[in-house]
Design a protein around this ligand. Sequence first.
Ligand SMILES: Nc1nc2c(ncn2[C@@H]2O[C@H](COP(=O)(O)OP(=O)(O)OP(=O)(O)O)[C@@H](O)[C@H]2O)c(=O)[nH]1
Length: 758
Amino acid sequence: NFVKTITTLRAVLKVVVLFCLSLGDVKSLPILLNLKNCHSKSKVFTLCRIRNIGIMAHIDAGKTTTTERMLYYSGYIRTLGDVDDGDTVTDFMVQERERGITIQSAAVTFDWKDYRINLIDTPGHVDFTVEVERCLRVLDGAVAVFDASAGVEAQTLTVWRQADKHQIPRICFLNKMDKIRARMYLIKLNSLQLKSLLYLQLPIGEAKTFRGLVDVVTKEQIIWKPTSDLDDGKNFEQKLLLEADDPNLFQEVQDARNNLIEQVADLDDEFAELVLGEYSENLDLIPADKLQSAIRRVTLAQKAVPVLCGSALKNKGVQPLLDAVTMYLPAPNERSYEFLQWYKDDLCALAFKVLHDKCRGPLVFIRVYSGSLKPQSAVYNINKSCTERMSRLLLPFADQQIEIPSLMPGNIALTVGLKQSATGDTIVSSKASAVAAARRAGMGTRGEKRSSSNTESLLLAGVEIPDPVFFCTIEPPSTAKQQDLDNALSCLQREDPSLKVKLDPDTGQTVLCGMGELHIEIIHDRIKREYGIETYLGPLQIAYRETILNAAQATDVLDKAVGDKRHFVTAELEVRPGLGERATTKPAIEYAVGIEELPKEVKGAVENGITNSCIQGPLLGFPVQDIDVTVQSLTLHPDTSHTMLSACVSRCMQKALKKAGIQILEPLMNLEITVSEDHLSAALADLAQRRGSVQEIQSRQDNRVVVATVPLAEMMGYSTVLRSLTSGSATFTLELASYQALSSQEQSALLQRRTGLV
Ligand SMILES: Nc1nc2c(ncn2[C@@H]2O[C@H](COP(=O)(O)OP(=O)(O)OP(=O)(O)O)[C@@H](O)[C@H]2O)c(=O)[nH]1
């Protein structure tokens, strides 16, 4: 009876839970059910059948729509979500659904045919570039999505360069082939600095009549056929294209295939041998699988990028894209990671993203490179030098997860229980394993000794976070809420390393620093919705920089007795302007002849003092950039503490900087506006009033693209102005180019504004 009651209670509870879920979020129910079904097969995938890929592109190219279709065709969701209706799986944050944009990358794991695909949908807006970068760090391949009617857009170039930096093999997907101006040959090789684009498909029909494509490799045509009640793209006909079907298209495909063969033969010696030998008489006879293998080799070697096409929104082309992902993008074991040799079969994993869950605490996304992870195990975080306990392992499916018993190399998953780990941390099994790896890394491959910085770079694999360009004060509704706000900000900072939070030393106010207006707006909104704190933001301000105009010297003496100890330091420093090439706020430090051999700890304290005084410049408290410092002389009493030494050096630096004359630098932005011919002159006139300087005006289909530089200070609220000037038809991207000096009038006007004299 007892067992029966328990069973009945469990069944009732399950129904209630599912009912509540369906009330809260109608979409959660089918996904959750499907997810369990799909993964319950718990197939084991060998390394060669795993693909870790990212979807990257300019804003609105169709990444989320394409991802949604991938999940649908692989059977993970039963209904197709739409970005415009705010119900896609990967854009699950409230702000994403309301705005129709991706803000944070979302990871989903699904199976396509016999492959396990770990996919990350990344944001396209320039304010969230760091989010893209940290995902690219752990991916083996990427699909670059293009709006086929727009070609290569500004943010595409940025993410393309990021993928280049991480040497990630790619496939291009020309989306939106259903649009009137969509063209297959829009991507320009030189704009992407590419050697070769391999067109693997040709569209059948154009714009509204776009109904299918021809696979140039197999010469098969794929035509999507809506069933009587549904046009979800599941129903298509695939058959060999015959001359009788369409003689023109047949000839086009024939030419495209010959062209493709020639291109691949140029890039791959093995394939060239086939072309020149066995099949030299008739290229038509080259088997599709030989051509596919050669395309795979040149794609993995990053000598070429395959190009496919389709329309995600109209449900065409996504299944062949998935086939291409499995066919042409690398498996984890086909990527070479130098650090793997130091770990051998020991665990080596990288934490690349943190999410805060109200109930479970921080959820850390991990990519395992070698060894394996099991729940309820201890791991060692090299960056934080601490051992942490991981309680559970979860397979991600956007905002839902399912528990898994282990994580094998080459895979991505979420961990529960890691409290210290943050983005960019290297996770290994134990301290002993880290020491062993460090020992192996200390020796080069041929046994030669490596430098310690080299060793470090082998163990740590972080992401470069650019300095924020905007900041504003943030205040809680009452001082009683300050602690809650601090907690919320520290959770958000762990999730988003591009968000910086600091305390204004003069006013004691909390200051938020972010990558753009949208970034700060989203953070403000998240504090309200996720943490229930209604905060007040001060006006958005520009993060200027300071630098020096002349060389200057200063001396300082510190003589203090604390208890029975005497702290005595005399320091003499020289500061000089750098060559203007380093936008870094880390000064270049050298020591005068005779004091180069100072003990390591003393040098550390001196350099601390110098670096600290560069964090807040003497004029307006902005970071000081591009300066060289020479420590001319240093004397100190043996009892002097390092803190006192740093304080004295810091004071001396401040004196020297003041003497050297301060120049304020402002962020100069690269601006790209895509605008119709009709509104071009209005956009240009407005730009001229913003101290903008136009570099060139390109034509992109029927639109004009204005490439310009403009000071960030002039771009506050630009999106609203541009929208009203162009009736909402123009789009723009803004990205930091450099820091430029303000004129003396601008500098004194800024000083007056900041010191409240006007
Ligand atoms: N005509 C047409 N529109 C599409 C297609 N794919 C996506 N869209 C539309 O383009 C807009 C942007 O789509 P998303 O999927 O959100 O694009 P995204 O690249 O994920 O956008 P972000 O993540 O915000 O950068 C939406 O209005 C989609 O409906 C397509 O194949 N054809």
